[in-house]
Design a protein around this ligand. Structure first.
Ligand code: FES
Length: 112
């Protein structure tokens, strides 16, 4: 796993939804309830931009057709049968880092 610094962000516990690019990934970074969550930015239903959505009851809501995804796991709500990737987030001092595992790392780990 590689850790990427999120540029121009100091997290003070505020609520926000922001698109960040780390490595080759577009990530929807969410500050909610004093925590940070990082999910894939593209909705698996029809490609909606989740960074234009909103949060409700621990879920990120897609603005296009209102599918919802758990902020912690990325799992879609009951009946959706889908998910978005979720990424670990670390706050180091005042800086925010997102951990990304490459496709090849995941592939190799699947054979261990
Ligand atoms: S594109 Fe996200 S719910 Fe349809």
């Amino acid at each position: 796993m590689e850790w990427y610094l999120v540029p121009d962000l100091v997290f003070n516990g505020e609520t926000f939804i922001k698109k960040v690019k780390v490595g080759s990934k577009s990530i929807c970074l969410v500050g909610q309830g004093g925590e940070l969550f990082a999910l894939g930015a593209k909705c698996p239903h029809a490609g909606g931009d989740l960074t234009q959505g909103w949060c409700n009851d621990g879920k990120l809501i897609c603005p296009l057709h209102r599918y919802s995804f758990d902020l912690k796991t990325g799992k879609g709500s009951a009946g959706q049968n889908d998910y978005v990737s979720s990424y670990p987030v670390e706050i180091r001092g005042m800086e925010v880092y997102i951990g990304v595992t490459s496709f090849w790392e995941q592939f190799k780990q699947s054979f261990k």
